[in-house]
Ligand binder design. Structure first.
Ligand code: GUN
Ligand code: FE
Length: 442
């Protein structure tokens, strides 16, 4: 077995608004051991208790001052949009046409797709993200490239081919029937191959004909354990356009409902401009929302109402939405989620934020039997955070006395610099620098 030593923090359940979940939904061991075997978690416990029980000669990787948390999970991110990040001056529909579609067209080149898929997975790991629900492009090879890159790194990703058969450039469009066939072939090739999972991925109702939405819904009905991902109610211009395109439907949500695309395996990105009836229908069907705060502020889309969604019983995940989003860091994403809540007169505790980025997002993806916390038997995916990662964090840590403050510092001031190392299936896949190297002693 392999042994990592540091402060351990993970969630066993949703802390809600609990200001101090220490005795319930959250577990913290100040000086703990995380013991792994063959890529899975074997046990966690206090070092004082477990060190004497280890077979003599067992190597212990000691992360001095490190806070070890479960690997972050991103529930909405676009692999082909790294190069679209930080595109100036547009809202959603102009942003898609001006920047995003031309960039995604480059993925017809399989060498480019492979290069970008490798870059993307390496960057996820650098930011402490070990699993994600990912949009590829409409080119099937973009999906192959991403899953191949994930397999090489033993990561578990959920991803799919974008289905898009109207209102997009010719070189990005598929057809209703072709997109069904291609999605099915990719699903049969990749779904549950090792850690990989397929996701049925109609881009959004505007870029799919009714025929394509119907076939996407049919594929989802035929494969009830496969996730469905799309975009919904992000931008007011988008919503007006959907109303024109589907005058016979009572709402944007009703479009997806009508075509059989709602359910507890569905993740709708954004869901900003919605009403109580929408929330009720989401709760009834178990459909989830991915809250994408850096994207929603960057594109001027709006402020997601986190409290209202939760109170209506809607499951909400947290997501970067890169390239509309401005950071792959789930720490930075937590900071922006907190700020969006503040702008709505709400708050988000650091417990809630760290829960969402780990166990909460694992639940959104129905993978909480595999990832999300340190329960024995789960994949040994975890991140070592450094509370002194930058001069500001170091300064602030000196004033910090409680665990809650320490977590809040990390989410508000932290980013990829705060990730000292990322471990996937028990192997160190990213390490910040030689100076953060752990002591390994026997
Ligand atoms: N709506 C349709 N496509 C996209 C996309 O690529 N990004 C975002 N943020 N919204 C979308
Ligand atoms: Fe998106």
């Amino acid at each position: 077995c392999e042994v990592h030593r540091g402060a351990l923090l993970h969630f066993l359940d949703d802390p809600g608004n609990d200001p101090d979940p220490r005795q319930g939904s959250m577990a913290f061991i100040e000086d703990g051991l995380l013991i792994t075997h063959q890529g899975k978690i074997l046990a966690t416990g206090p070092a004082s208790e477990w060190l004497p029980r280890l077979p003599s000669g067992t190597a212990v990787t000691r992360w001095q001052d490190g806070l070890i948390v479960p690997g972050f999970i991103d529930t909405h991110v676009h692999m082909p949009q790294l190069g679209v990040m930080a595109s100036y001056g547009t809202q959603l529909l102009d942003w898609l046409e001006t920047y995003t579609f031309p960039h995604e067209a480059r993925f017809s080149d399989v060498d480019w797709a492979r290069t970008e898929a490798s870059r993307f997975t390496d960057l996820l790991l650098r930011h402490g993200t070990t699993s994600a629900l990912v949009f590829c492009t409409s080119h099937p090879q973009s999906v192959d490239s991403l899953f191949e890159a994930a397999e090489e790194r033993s990561m578990g990703l959920t991803a799919g081919k974008v289905m898009m058969d109207r209102y997009a450039p010719d070189d990005l469009m598929d057809t209703a029937r072709g997109s069904y066939n291609d999605s099915l072939a990719l699903l049969e090739k990749w779904h549950r191959r090792g850690r990989q999972r397929y996701a049925i991925t109609p881009r959004f109702a505007a870029t799919s004909t009714p025929e394509q939405l119907a076939l996407a819904g049919r594929l989802a009905q035929e494969h009830p354990d496969v996730m469905v991902q799309t975009h919904w109610a992000e931008n007011t211009g988008e919503i007006d356009w959907i109303r024109e395109l589907f005058p016979e439907r009572s709402s944007y949500l009703d479009v997806y409902d009508h075509y059989g695309l709602l359910g507890d395996h569905t993740v709708l990105a954004h869901g900003i401009h919605i009403n109580h009836g929408d929330r009720k229908r989401l709760a009834e069907t178990g459909s989830r929302i991915a809250f994408c705060p850096t994207s929603n502020t960057f594109l001027g889309s709006g402020l997601f109402d986190f409290r209202n969604a939760r109170e209506a019983g809607v499951t909400v995940g947290l997501a970067s939405d890169v390239g509309g989003g401005t950071s792959l860091s789930m720490l930075t994403t937590m900071a922006e989620a907190y700020k969006v809540c503040r702008l709505r007169g709400q708050t988000m505790t650091p417990w809630q934020a760290f829960y969402l980025a780990t166990l909460g997002n694992a639940r959104v993806l129905h993978q909480d039997d595999q990832i999300g916390n340190f329960k024995p038997g789960k994949h040994a995916d975890f991140v070592v955070l450094d509370q002194n990662a930058s001069p500001l964090l170091e300064m602030k840590s000196a004033y910090t006395t409680t665990l809650m403050e320490a977590l809040f510092n990390l989410m508000i001031l932290g980013d990829d610099r705060a990730v000292a190392a990322t471990i996937v299936a028990g192997n160190i896949r990213y390490q910040r620098s030689a100076s953060s190297a752990p002591d390994t002693s026997s």
